[in-house]
Design a protein around this ligand. Structure first.
Ligand code: ATP
Ligand code: MG
Length: 352
């Protein structure tokens, strides 16, 4: 991830619903950076539930090939989740995480003053391990003496815990407070969560680290008490790192703290690829009306750029978003405003 590129190719996967309305906003924000990033090409790629209903596949091989062979990074819009099980359908975002080895889901959550429903003082990042834990989906059901018995395997490996731990320390070091909280439940699950906890905590002692993380303060917390404190005093958290299931729950809980889903960005990151993705879904209730909040998608584009080495460009986009929010005049209805998606995008790009 160095910034020494001649040109930049970004795969665009708008997929379903408001994904198609917010991704153009992210593109406009990147283009507004002008010559401060390399010449950028956007490659439109197919995926999604609607594509599945037409073709029988939610993620064509060609999309994956192009992402792997041609793109430096990608942006995903949103995918509709069918309300009941549809035969042959599986989520393209889950498949992409697997196929591109995007082992980390990184979700920053930050308070905004314009949102009366949100809590003030929140500025944290949840880093969720994305490949294992209970999500290895090895479930069985048998019949025992007292009826049905269902079991699931929970896999925690040293390798996955170490790479998510390294990423967490790196992110903590880049942030002003440099504070990392390791989330686990090793008082009960001493072997699995014990391995996660020990491996993450041992990152500063790995060969080659050489005191790089000396400025990072590390705390740890049991997941139940972390949820309690997240709601009572979210301001104590900076970077939180967790195994897959706890991270899944914590990152949605953290997003709820700031009010609208339309504000919360994320990236799915691996060692060689990163994909930005707003946290919200396809929002069928507001799709097609040009009222979806594009800021989560725009912030996801900024995170993606920072991840591949364009921190200055990312800062410019984020500052523009923050100033639009602070001013509070041009906002979509989810934030109490009357503006259209495209008006918010225009306002952000003007400020970039
Ligand atoms: P999906 O099955 O795709 O997840 P959903 O109905 O769960 O669809 P979400 O996108 O998860 O929809 O959204 C939940 C609620 O938040 C909806 O009422 C939706 O309108 C609102 N919402 C989500 N994203 C945005 C956004 N970007 N701007 C405004 N409102 C949003
Ligand atoms: Mg949803």
């Amino acid at each position: 991830a160095t910034a020494a590129r001649q040109s930049l190719k970004i795969g665009m996967l708008p997929a379903d619903g408001i994904g198609r309305e917010v991704l153009p906003g992210a593109k406009a924000a990147i283009l507004a950076l002008g010559s401060s990033i390399p010449k950028t090409e956007f490659i439109d790629l197919l995926a999604g539930f609607e594509y599945f209903t037409k073709t029988g596949t939610a993620l064509p091989d060609e999309t994956v090939e192009i992402l792997k062979n041609e793109c430096d990074c990608a942006l995903f819009g949103a995918v509709s989740s069918p309300s009941r099980k549809v035969t042959g359908y599986s989520s393209p975002i889950v498949a992409l995480r697997k196929k591109m080895d995007l082992y980390a889901n990184i979700r920053p959550v930050k308070s905004v003053s314009v949102n009366p429903e949100g809590k003030p003082g929140v500025d944290l990042v949840v880093i969720r391990e994305n490949t294992e834990c209970l999500y290895v989906k090895q479930e069985t059901q048998t019949v025992g003496e007292h009826g049905k018995e269902a079991r699931a395997t929970r896999l925690i490996t040293e390798r996955a815990s170490r790479r998510i731990g390294e990423l967490a320390f790196k992110m903590a070091l880049e942030r002003p407070r440099k504070h990392l909280t390791v989330i686990h439940k090793s008082n009960v699950l001493s072997i699995t969560d014990g391995l996660f906890r020990e491996t993450v905590r041992a990152v500063p002692t790995l060969p080659g680290v050489d005191g790089k993380y000396d400025d990072v303060t590390v705390a740890e917390q049991l997941v139940d008490s972390a949820v309690y404190r997240l709601f009572r005093e979210p301001e104590i958290y900076d970077v939180m790192v967790a195994p897959n299931l706890y991270g899944d729950i914590l990152s949605d809980a953290a997003a709820a703290l700031v009010g609208s889903l339309g504000l919360v960005p994320s990236v799915n990151a691996g060692d060689s690829f990163v994909m930005g993705e707003p946290v919200h879904g396809s929002a069928p209730d507001i799709a097609g009306q040009n009222i979806a909040n594009p800021l989560a998608a725009i912030r996801s584009a900024a995170m993606m750029l920072r991840h591949i080495g364009y921190g200055d460009g990312a800062n410019r986009i984020e500052r523009a978003v923050d100033s639009v929010l602070r001013e509070g005049k041009i906002l979509t209805p989810d934030l109490g405003g009357k503006s259209k998606t495209s008006e918010v995008v225009d306002e952000v790009t003007k400020r970039i």
